[in-house]
Design a protein around this ligand. Sequence first.
Ligand SMILES: [Zn+2]
Length: 139
Amino acid sequence: MKLSPWKSVPEGALDRWRQAFAAPSPGVDLDLPCPVCGERQLHRYYQVGPRIPPTVPASQFVARGALWEWCSNCRSYEHASALVPAWWHAELPVESGALTAQPDALEEALRQRSPNRDDASAVSEQEEACGAPRVPRGT
Ligand SMILES: [Zn+2]
């Protein structure tokens, strides 16, 4: 399977991209359409680095780290060093050593997170978009 390369968010969509990611969402998935392609496949991930000493009262941030924002569908992404907000709670089993500027390792972790996405309440067109039916391998 050939995947298209990751690309930076187009300048024309950058404002809407930032708005989409502006609201806190403790998990990896955002329930918003991608500003670039319109699919609801936006994700974000904070790599949590050194903790910030709690010297600032009521600090919004708990650590230094790095941030990825990406769309699984059109493979637009942003990556930067960032302060980790207090609302972030990672749920993605990704090894920090596997992380690069581009969110390949994060995408892989997403796939492993949900091996069988049979969430009946999920939008059925997502199922179709997935393409190949899941056939158990081996015996
Ligand atoms: Zn997209």
